[in-house]
Design a protein around this ligand. Structure first.
Ligand code: ADP
Ligand code: MG
Length: 481
């Protein structure tokens, strides 16, 4: 596979000692401004360590950046419509729920509340659509509808990259780092939903993991909410906590302890581990039954599955939701080839091709949060082993992207796998994300905004760049023509 290259924003001519000094300063800046996380190796509530970040911003073509920035509100609306189209959700997910018990559990909750009638018709979406460059085009990796992370930290990292460019003597280059304030945009969504709920005493509930490593990012949301409206109280609970603490009030209010909840913001609940027993599933159902505004509601959650993404890439699928040909064309342009593994003749030839040319594809299950996809020769092995089994319908195949390579330094804490990368101007690739906020019900969209971006960068030889896993790094785009 031929891979193209991008020029880095600057070529540093520093001795090893000078580089060490600038990295030390960068780390202190990062720690002092919250570009941090808790250590997975030695968890301690009293300590954070630097979250992996790039020393310099990474080059990114302006025209592609602007294209997906402009398209975000269209994607928000598309996903909103998909989430409110019962027939489409059933049709897309039917075979998958037969093969994947996790998606089936989510779908059962959806069907239950759909049949009962939603006690809260509004949904809040804090979405993030992710992209990679491939053969001089920009293509969508996936669209997250649940727990879209790092909105807080990326707001800070663009300030850091401006600082470091000036520190290194390149103030003239700062103008190429675009303004970015997703934390404010995302929290405006949360506070607007709180206002729509119309009870000044009601709190916003963050549903979190029992142990949170990515604490800084989540707290940035909490602190920003307080900045926007100091009267709004935020509480944090795991699904496990809610098993004993949550109940429904007489008017379907969600009550936690003695507090009424206006908005439920899920930063957990997309992963199998969040539901160790049936009780956590019961709590998810109770939340969906309540009249609290959910971010995401169960229908938004399902609309963000990879299977739905694949269904939308079928030719003519978008015509169900969008009437304007120009908009349909713009959205179709960012879709990659996506393939169902349902049982039919068309699928068999895609499977044959993926077994012969695994590097052309990524094999994806219905999971979120990184580390679940299958690459390279494992695709062949996995496809061969499940070819004749129902199991394969839980997966999709996707064309694999090979984004352009450039050089950067990845800085991370001493105990991370790439701790020496900051010394090497090494080959990296980037993934751009655009944040979007939407609020609406079946009939109306009442709020729809694009609110900022994220760049995540990883060593070019890694399949995935999980930030919390210490492989990927938080970055800022340095726009080039
Ligand atoms: P998750 O829900 O686990 O985040 P993604 O679809 O975003 O799933 O995949 C995780 C990571 O795998 C991405 O961030 C990207 O690094 C890599 N990846 C996913 N799809 C592709 C693709 N089509 N081509 C190349 N890399 C991909
Ligand atoms: Mg992802």
């Amino acid at each position: 596979m031929e891979v193209s290259c991008l020029e880095p924003c600057v070529q540093l001519k520093l001795s090893r000692e000078e580089l060490e000094n600038i990295v030390d300063k960068a780390k202190d800046w990062a720690l002092m401004h919250g570009i941090s996380m808790r250590s997975k190796v030695s968890f301690n509530k009293n300590q954070v360590q630097v979250l992996p970040f790039t020393l310099l911003p990474s080059s990114f073509p302006k025209k592609h950046f602007e294209k997906v920035k402009n398209i975000q509100v269209l994607l928000n609306e598309l996903i909103h419509k998909v989430a409110h189209n019962n027939d489409f959700l059933i049709k897309s997910l039917k075979s998958t729920i037969g093969a994947d018990s996790f998606t089936a559990k989510l779908f059962n909750i959806y069907e239950t509340v759909y049949k009962e009638g939603f006690n809260q018709t509004l949904s809040l979406g804090l979405f993030r659509s992710d992209y990679m460059l491939h053969e001089n085009q920009i293509k969508q990796v996936e669209l997250n509808t649940i727990a879209s992370s790092f909105g807080g930290i990326v707001t800070i990292i663009s300030q850091y990259h401006k600082y470091i460019l000036s520190e290194l003597g390149y103030t003239d280059k700062i103008k190429n780092i675009p303004e970015n304030n997703p934390i404010n945009g995302l929290c405006k969504g949360l506070t607007y939903a709180w206002k729509l709920y119309d009870n000044k005493k009601a709190v916003i509930l963050f549903v979190v993991e029992s142990i949170t490593y990515n604490i800084c990012d989540q707290r940035f949301h909490e602190f920003e909410i307080s900045k926007i409206n100091p009267d709004i109280k935020v509480i944090r609970k795991s699904l496990k906590d809610l098993v004993s603490e949550a109940r429904l009030g007489p008017n379907k209010q969600l009550i936690v302890g003695d507090l009424e909840v206006s908005v439920v913001y899920f930063r957990s609940g997309y992963e199998v581990e969040a539901y160790p027993t049936e009780q956590e599933w019961e709590i998810r159902l109770l939340i969906e039954r309540s009249k609290a505004i959910k971010c995401p509601s169960i229908q938004y959650h399902l609309a963000g599955t990879k299977k739905v993404q694949q269904s939308l890439a079928y030719s003519n699928a978008l015509n169900v939701f969008l009437k304007n040909d120009n908009i349909i064309k713009q959205i179709q342009e960012i879709f990659a080839g996506l393939y169902s593994l349902e049982f039919n003749n068309e699928t068999e030839s895609v499977i044959d091709n993926a077994i012969s040319h695994p590097k052309k594809y990524v094999l994806k299950p219905q999971r979120e949060g990184g580390g679940n996809n299958v690459y390279d020769k494992d695709i062949k092995l996995r496809l061969e082993s499940m070819r004749n089994s129902e199991e394969r319908t839980a997966w999709i195949l996707m064309d694999r992207f090979y984004p352009p390579v450039q050089k950067n330094y990845i800085v991370c804490a001493r105990n991370e796998p790439f701790e020496d990368n900051h010394l090497h101007f090494s080959n990296v690739v980037s993934e751009l994300g655009m944040y979007g906020v939407i609020i609406g019900n079946h009939d109306n969209v009442i709020y729809n905004e694009e609110v900022g971006h994220i760049l995540r960068t990883k060593p070019s030889n890694e399949n995935e760049g999980g930030i919390a896993a210490g492989i990927g790094a938080i970055d800022s785009p340095y726009l080039i023509s």
